[in-house]
Structures are given as structure tokens and as C-alpha cells.
Design a protein around this ligand. Structure first.
Ligand code: FES
Ligand SMILES: [Fe+2]
Length: 477
């Protein structure tokens, strides 16, 4: 078993500019920590508002152990609920998406309003109080056509995320778009491997022949440093900002969110074999037709990266399924009036990124297989090519360290003297004190060794294994 304290120790002793050790990509206990301290606490990208076009539209997703349903309520707002019936827990909406005037549980037909209140429950007796059995709410916010949810009982303030994303996203009018195509694949690798692979293009030229024709593998474009020193990038920003499009590189202070508008290769304006637009009807009426605005690149850890172009946008959603399994959902968004077969062909629209996703799926799988090796040791990152990977690993390490430390410090513990005295009293008269103390120290190490009171207790216990001076303060016990 890998304990929280061991994880903290490993995070704090990690060599800079190298990857995490093997357990972070293989271990069930660390996967549980990732869920409990990151995925169940952070704002997560769930879906697009355009996927809930009318009252009663719903979309479902699974985040770790939590089934979620997003619903467009009667007042037009979007709500998120735990997708589990309050009767005996059946998954209320088993389908990925749909439309319903009320949400009816398929098991015994308990029926809920779109705002989550229980509307009807058959044969539950006269004393049954429906108001006690509404669906459990999940925090839900939207920004410029993107829906975020948070499973924490108290969600972090969404305002900073909103304020950073909205100016970049708004001109693309994603709320008015339509999902033209959607693909979900399972990557046989830890969710962090999926991200680390995404955060560098060191591998692109050798692995992504289609993407490499239109997307630059230059680190100043793909990574998180040096963009402002690249004249080509700066010129692109000037050009886009003259059209009213916020474009400059922005990285949030905590490293969770990056936004920047970057040029594609040469004259390319879109992710197609030719580099030309895949969709004749531009994505947004707010962006001048014919302008080469490149790609707005956005990531928000731990669930989404995005490319927003002039003719379409692509969102990617990462959801962890297990220590070595991750779900990746990709959506291609076009103007809602763009007509398939007239304005675009799905095959052309999706070819580059479907190929790229498949190539990355293989990469992540092979990476996981290699990393499973008991002798695996993380090697150094390339300073020029992989600063983005280092930035992701640093973000993850800092966040997990902070959350684990806070949780451990909040644990109510009895005084160390009391624990020690209780332990001494509990020992049989003829106990081997030295062996018992060693056992107790090991137990403490597994539980909470970093806590200052526990450190003191550990010192006392360790003294038992020493010269015997420990006996004096406890002679009267
Ligand atoms: S579990 Fe939903 S109605 Fe019984
Ligand atoms: Fe890739």
C-alpha cells in the first residue's frame, strides 16, 4: 500500500526536470489520491452548452465514481446532478444524451423535474415527503459555451477561471456552435501520461505525419515559455489583436490554465491535409472572413485542451478510468448553420485529429507498458522541447502536495503523550518492548508521519529501541 505520506515524500524528493516515479502511473492508491484530491476538488470541463440546445436536453458523463447528468432546466439554466436515483440509486439517465420533459428513473419510475426536485414517486405512502428526495446537486458553471462542474462540497471560486477564459473564447461563439462530430477513445495509460504526451511536440514530427503538415512543433508555440520572444508569434498576436481577438500568451499563476493564439504552419488556416478551411461557413460571425487567425490554444488541467480556429473548434476532455486507463473525448464544433455535405465533409473535418488521436493512443499505451517495468527510472526532460511536460508535472506535484498536507494537518490527533501512555498500557507485561515499538513506528509511518505531534511521538517510540532512558518520564505509569 502506498500511503499519502509516502506520496508526499516522493513528491518532495523528485529531481527537477524529470518525470515522476513509476508508482504515480501504476499504483491504485495514488490513483485514488488523484481522484480524491484533484478530480473531486477541481473545476472540470464537462461538455458544451451547445449540446444542451433546448429545455430538457441532457448529457451524461462519469467522473471517477460519480455519474453526472447535465440538464437544461425550464428556465434555460444548465444544472448538474449526481445521476443516481434517490430511491435505490439506479443510474437515472443511462444514455449519453437525450431530451426529456421530466427525468424518469427506469427502475421504479420515480420522476424528477428538470430542476432536480422529485415530482412523483408511486405508492410511497401518505407520510412520504417528496421534498427530501431531490437529486443531489453538483456545482456547475458556464463560460462562453463551456460547461464546468465541481464535485467538491465547497467549490473553489470559479471567477478567476471565468475571467481568464471568457475574453479569449467569446469571439468564437461556441455557445452558438454545433457539435459536428464526436469521438471517444480509451487510452491504456495513466491520465498524467495522456497530459504529458500532449504537453510536448518533441514527438510530433516522427509520429504525427498529418498534423506535422499544418501544426508547428516549435516549443515557443506548443509549450509554456518563450512565446513572447518569438517574432513570428508576436507578429501573429499583433495581427489578431488588430481584429479584436485577445491573443497573447497567458498562463495562470497556479499553472492550471494556459491561453494563447498561435500561428499554424505557413499559409495553413485549419487542420486539414491541404491546410485550407475544412468548413466553408466560418465558426463565428464576429471574426472577419478570410483572416488567418491560426489556433487559439487553451488548456485547463486536469480535463481539457482545445484548438479554436477560424472555421471550427476542437475540444478534448480527459477523464481518468483507472491507474492505467483514460478516456479521451474529442468534439469538433462548427457554426450551427453549417450544413454537412454542403459546407463541410466530416471525413475532411476530422481526419487530422482522428489520426493524431490514434497515434497518441498508441504512444501512451507503449509509454505505459514501458513504465510498468519495475526497473523504470524517470529520465531527464529536454530543456528546449519538454518544458511543458515539466510545467504539468510541477502543477500536479504542487497541487497534490498542498492538498495532502492540508488534509493531514486537519486530522484531529490526541496528544502524543496520551497516545504513548495508552500504547504502553495496552502492552502485555511480558511484551518485547523494542519489537513492539518498532512495529508502532512503522504503523505511524504508514498513517501520518509528517504531522509535528506524530513526529514527537515517533521520537519517543524510537527511544524505546535505544538505551532505555525513555523509561524515566513514564516510570509512574
Ligand atoms: S431506483 Fe429509481 S425508482 Fe427505484
Ligand atoms: Fe501527439
Amino acid at each position: 500500500m502506498t500511503t499519502a505520506m509516502n506520496v508526499l515524500r516522493r513528491l518532495r524528493t523528485r529531481a527537477q526536470a524529470t518525470g515522476l516515479t513509476r508508482e504515480f502511473y501504476t499504483d491504485e492508491d495514488i490513483f485514488d489520491l488523484d481522484l480524491n484530491f484533484i478530480f473531486y476538488r477541481e473545476w472540470l470541463f464537462a461538455a458544451h452548452t451547445a449540446e444542451l440546445p433546448r429545455k430538457g436536453s441532457y448529457v451524461t458523463l462519469q467522473i471517477g465514481a460519480y455519474p453526472i447528468v447535465l440538464v437544461r432546466a425550464a428556465d434555460g439554466s444548465i444544472r448538474a446532478f449526481i445521476n443516481s436515483c434517490r430511491h435505490r440509486g439506479y443510474r437515472l439517465c443511462p444514455e449519453p444524451q437525450g431530451t426529456a420533459s421530466k427525468l424518469v428513473c427506469p427502475y421504479h419510475q420515480w420522476t424528477y423535474n428538470l430542476d432536480g426536485r422529485l415530482f412523483a414517486a408511486r405508492q410511497m405512502g401518505s407520510g412520504f415527503d417528496r421534498s427530501l428526495y431531490g437529486l443531489k446537486r453538483v456545482h456547475c458553471e458556464t463560460v462562453a459555451g463551456y460547461i464546468f462542474v465541481c464535485l467538491a462540497s465547497e467549490a473553489p471560486d470559479f471567477t478567476p477561471t471565468y475571467n481568464q477564459l471568457e475574453p479569449y473564447l467569446a469571439p468564437h461563439r461556441i455557445a452558438d456552435a454545433r457539435v459536428a462530430f464526436e469521438s471517444t477513445i480509451i487510452e491504456e495509460g495513466n491520465w498524467k501520461l495522456v497530459w504529458e504526451n500532449n504537453r510536448e511536440c518533441y514527438h510530433c514530427s516522427a509520429n504525427h505525419p498529418e498534423l506535422a503538415k499544418v501544426y508547428p512543433d516549435t516549443p515557443t508555440i506548443t509549450s509554456v515559455s518563450g512565446a513572447a520572444g518569438d517574432p513570428k508569434v508576436v507578429e501573429h498576436w499583433h495581427q489578431c489583436e488588430s481584429l479584436g481577438l485577445p491573443s497573447r500568451f497567458h498562463l495562470s499563476d497556479d499553472g492550471q490554465l494556459r491561453a494563447a493564439r498561435m500561428p499554424l504552419l505557413g499559409p495553413a488556416v485549419s487542420y486539414t491535409a491541404s491546410g485550407q478551411s475544412a468548413v466553408k461557413r466560418p465558426l463565428s460571425d464576429d471574426i472577419p472572413r478570410g483572416a488567418n487567425i491560426g489556433a487559439l490554444l487553451i488548456f485547463h488541467y486536469p480535463t481539457t485542451w482545445n484548438h479554436l480556429l477560424g472555421d471550427h473548434a476542437i475540444s478534448f476532455r480527459v477523464l481518468p478510468l483507472g491507474p492505467t486507463r483514460t478516456q479521451l473525448t474529442t468534439k469538433w464544433l462548427v457554426h450551427r448553420d453549417a450544413v454537412e455535405g454542403v459546407d463541410y465533409e466530416v471525413e475532411e473535418l476530422t481526419r487530422v485529429w482522428l489520426s493524431t488521436n490514434e497515434q497518441d493512443r498508441r504512444i501512451v499505451h507503449e509509454n505505459q507498458i514501458g513504465m510498468n517495468t519495475p526497473t523504470y527510472e524517470p529520465g531527464p526532460f529536454s530543456h528546449t522541447e519538454e518544458s511543458g511536460v515539466g510545467q504539468f508535472v510541477d502543477w500536479y506535484s504542487r497541487l497534490l502536495d498542498r492538498r495532502l498536507s492540508t488534509a493531514a494537518a486537519a486530522c484531529p490527533l490526541p496528544s502524543p503523550e496520551k497516545v504513548f501512555a495508552d500504547w504502553l498500557r495496552s502492552l502485555p507485561r511480558d511484551a518485547d518492548l523494542c519489537a513492539a515499538a518498532q512495529e508502532q513506528v512503522a504503523l505511524i509511518d504508514r498513517r501520518a508521519s509528517h504531522h509535528p505531534d506524530v513526529q514527537f511521538l515517533r521520537t519517543l517510540l524510537a527511544a524505546v529501541t535505544g538505551d532505555g532512558t525513555w523509561r524515566k518520564p513514564f516510570a509512574n505509569l
